[in-house]
Design a protein around this ligand. Structure first.
Ligand code: SAM
Length: 233
């Protein structure tokens, strides 16, 4: 992958970024996504945020090499701390991290006011999608779009969310599977949940062998297995 050929995962995120956005890409690593979107005239400008020195330098180097410093600013800092109201950010991408980390970045950004609620969020958690949807749901974000793609034998979910006055009330099923993914039930989605079902069945077998009191855990796993059956059959 480089800034001319994004991974399938980042390419799909890029497609979902609104045209003419002012983007903040948090956890930008090499700044591939903002560079690609600027070069393809999809976005007006970007801030690439990175907290770790190595990836921050990689992002700075790429932006300098491509002469894009007037349109992409690379800032070092934790999560959404790197943006402020003067940046007038209209879209935020946070990709390639765990759902819990993305949730924590959003939560800190929300509490500190760096996230003002006008931005569309494009989130690509590697795991922990339910945790992230639960935070969005609790904070009046509506999930406008979702996708699931498969690359290098891994599934990646992408969530597009926008804050509204009243939000939406997602069910347990929707939080777990994704409201839009659940409506669509694509082949990749069905494959993913067949795989998860196998994993949960294995966990159940192990739990049932346990000599400790794991009855609560067993009930939880059984509940998940039932939900998966309900969805994929
Ligand atoms: N977003 C790119 C992608 O999807 O390919 C890079 C993903 S990389 C696995 C995650 C990046 O997020 C790393 O470069 C890491 O340093 C950065 N990161 C992790 N926590 C962060 C935080 N709190 N604030 C900013 N960047 C963070």
């Amino acid at each position: 992958m480089d800034y001319t050929h994004l991974s399938k995962r980042l390419h799909r995120v890029g497609e979902l970024v609104p045209n003419a956005a002012k983007l903040a890409d948090i956890g930008s690593d090499h700044a591939y996504l903002p560079a690609y979107l600027v070069l393809n005239k999809k976005i007006i400008s970007a801030i690439a945020g990175e907290v770790v020195e190595g990836p921050y330098q990689s992002a700075k180097n790429l932006v300098a090499e491509l002469n894009l410093s007037s349109v992409i600013e690379v800032r070092k800092g934790d999560g959404l701390d790197v943006i402020n109201s003067l940046d007038d950010i209209s879209a935020v991408t946070i990709c390639g991290m765990g759902g819990t980390l993305i949730r924590d970045i959003l939560d800190r950004g929300f509490k500190s006011g760096h996230l003002n609620g006008s931005e569309v969020l494009l989130l690509q958690p590697n795991v922990g999608e339910k945790t992230l949807r639960t935070w969005l749901n609790k904070h009046s974000y509506v999930i406008e779009n979702e996708d699931i793609i498969r690359e290098n034998d891994k599934n990646y979910e992408i969530i597009v969310a926008k804050k509204t006055e009243h939000g939406e009330n997602l069910s347990e099923l929707e939080l777990m599977f994704g409201p839009k993914l659940l409506q669509e039930k694509s082949d990749i989605f069905i494959q993913k949940w067949h795989h998860e079902l196998k994993q949960f069945n294995n966990i159940l077998v192990q739990l049932e062998k346990s000599t400790k009191d794991v009855s609560k855990k067993i009930e939880e796993v059984k509940e998940k297995i039932n939900l998966i059956h309900e969805v994929i059959e």
